[in-house]
Write a new protein. Structure first.
Length: 520
């Protein structure tokens, strides 16, 4: 391992310890190596840490918050009537590791992993709660298929069954939990995962979180479409106070083919309380298996790691194309549409498409090579009529002072004209109900001294009773909608009648123009 240096004699000790764990005739089932120091020249040199035969519970006693450790763990997995040995590589990144040492880690990971040799599963963690035998076994069973994932389609409740200890018996993980602590999924979570992975839907990313901080019930909090900026859209929902489990679809060009890749992201914000993290550690396996299979995964509380560049890097490392790509050009996404060869009619399935129809981007899926098409973020029924109505609101000589548009179906991305009028806010509000999403523009006036000025307010109405999946997708439409109504002086987002009043709008207008009077 020429990329790294060792404390004298320690490389041989580390090699012997790895051989010991891999030897079926020895009881040794774990070992680790670490850096010789946290500072100075030795902070880039490796040394043997320890080894033992007490499993993960013994290993974790050696892993403290200010060290980085690379571990090998041996476990057994029963498949049918055969007991098989599995090896798990664990990268321990303590919470108190210094920034400079973390920065060097990305350079060292490759050669360190090569030193350990092939393993069945890789796992990265930074807290004791995240490193348990149960979590390791759930990962192993999810990989080998020996753990049967049972999901009740009516409740979303999930149970992991394992063959260890006898076929059909419940895993010790489930038996140790109270029923209230078992992970359950809203049925929409399972459906949304299938949408991201399937050819029938343009959905390309998904964020799932707990319905409440004290709950084990997972719901969809956001989802969206598109490939080029889907990582940026997803990260808008990740912050230090949230726990999120995400799935994102990217495309990678290998030779002349575009292949679909799926990345699982586990995000536990830095401000999540320690006791809650302990509970979350018991959920890790169930949740991972619900998202599996994926091409690679990312487990981090650092937003600097959740970038398009880093995710594409992880994808290319997993597929073996990373070094090849770097030799020729930077980390790349699927090439822009204008640089791709024009598909034939047989490839595109668009024989006879007229110039007025939306252009599509071809995506080659790994599931049987099927083609998935990604269209515009939003589309319109009679776009010219919508734009004309907006222009009428802006025209001083017109009596029209409001316009509304809405979707043609509850979970559609196609917008249509919902109404125009000259009766002001009250007339506009008569069209708003708890079951609809509507976007609008209203013209009002503001008096400053002796001058009356015209102001425009953009309205974003999201009724209280709209479908959860529809609410999740709205974030991806926001930019296109605002561009349609732009420019405007202020905007109001509302879900209830009392959030959209003359007083609310006028207060925003006054604040924006500097005419509001603030009395302390």
């Amino acid at each position: 391992m020429s990329d790294l240096s060792w404390i004298s004699g320690q490389e041989q000790v580390g090699t012997a310890a790895i051989d010991d764990v891999r030897n079926d005739n020895t009881p040794t089932d774990w070992m680790f190596i670490t850096y010789a120091s946290t500072t100075g020249a030795d902070s880039q040199k490796l040394k043997f840490g320890a080894s033992g035969s007490g499993g993960v519970s013994e290993l974790k006693k050696h892993l403290i918050d200010d060290i980085i450790a690379f571990c090998l763990v041996r476990v057994t997995d029963k498949i049918d009537d055969s007991v098989t040995v599995k090896f798990v590589w664990v990268n321990w990144l303590g919470k108190k590791v210094k920034t400079m040492q973390k920065a060097r880690l990305s350079v060292h990971l490759g050669p360190v992993k090569a030193f350990f040799g092939q393993t069945h599963q890789d796992y990265t963690c930074n807290s004791q709660e995240e490193l348990t035998h149960e979590i390791i076994m759930e990962r192993v069973m999810g990989y080998s298929g020996s753990g049967s994932k049972v999901i009740d389609s009516s409740t979303g409740k999930t149970t992991l069954k394992t063959q260890v200890g006898g076929a059909g018996t419940s895993s010790s993980i489930a038996s140790k939990r109270e029923v209230a602590d078992q992970v359950t999924f809203h049925p929409e979570v399972i459906a949304a995962i299938k949408d991201v992975k399937g050819n029938h839907s343009p959905l390309s990313w998904l964020v799932v979180s707990y319905e409440r901080p004290d709950s084990a019930f997972l719901v969809v909090v956001a989802a969206g479409e598109g490939d080029e900026n889907n990582v940026a859209q997803l990260t808008n929902h990740l912050n230090d106070d949230t726990v999120c489990y995400c799935l994102i679809r990217k495309t990678e060009q290998i030779d002349n083919s575009l292949t679909a890749k799926f990345v699982y992201i586990r995000w536990i914000g830095n401000n999540i309380p320690r006791m809650l993290k302990a509970k979350l550690g018991t959920h890790a396996g169930d949740i991972y298996n619900a998202f599996a299979p994926c091409h690679t995964s990312l487990d981090t509380p650092d937003s600097h790691e959740v970038t398009d560049e880093n995710i594409m890097k992880q994808i290319m490392i997993a597929s073996g194309t990373y070094k090849h790509v770097l030799d020729h050009h930077p980390v790349q996404h699927a090439p822009p549409q204008q640089h791709q060869p024009r598909p034939t009619s047989a490839q595109s399935g668009n024989v006879g498409r007229t110039a007025s129809q939306p252009k599509i981007e071809q995506k080659t899926d790994t599931h049987g090579g099927a083609v998935k098409t990604i269209e515009k973020v939003v589309e319109y029924i009679d776009e010219e009529s919508i734009k004309h109505a907006i222009q009428e609101v802006r025209r001083d000589s017109s009596n029209t002072d409001w316009v509304l548009i809405t979707y043609d179906a509850p979970q559609s991305k196609t917008l249509k004209l919902a109404g125009v009028g000259s009766g002001g806010l009250e007339e506009l509000k008569s069209h708003l109900t708890p079951e609809v999403v509507m976007y609008g523009l209203i013209r009002i006036t503001e008096k400053i001294d002796d001058s009356v000025t015209v102001k425009f307010c953009h309205i974003d109405w999201r009724g209280e009773n709209i479908h959860r999946m529809q609410r999740a997708k709205l974030a991806t439409h926001s930019g296109a909608i605002r561009a349609l109504f732009h420019p405007f002086h202020v905007d109001v987002q509302a879900t209830q009648d009392d959030e959209l009043t003359d007083h609310v709008i006028q207060s925003k207008v006054n604040a924006a123009s500097g005419t509001a009077v603030h009395v302390l």
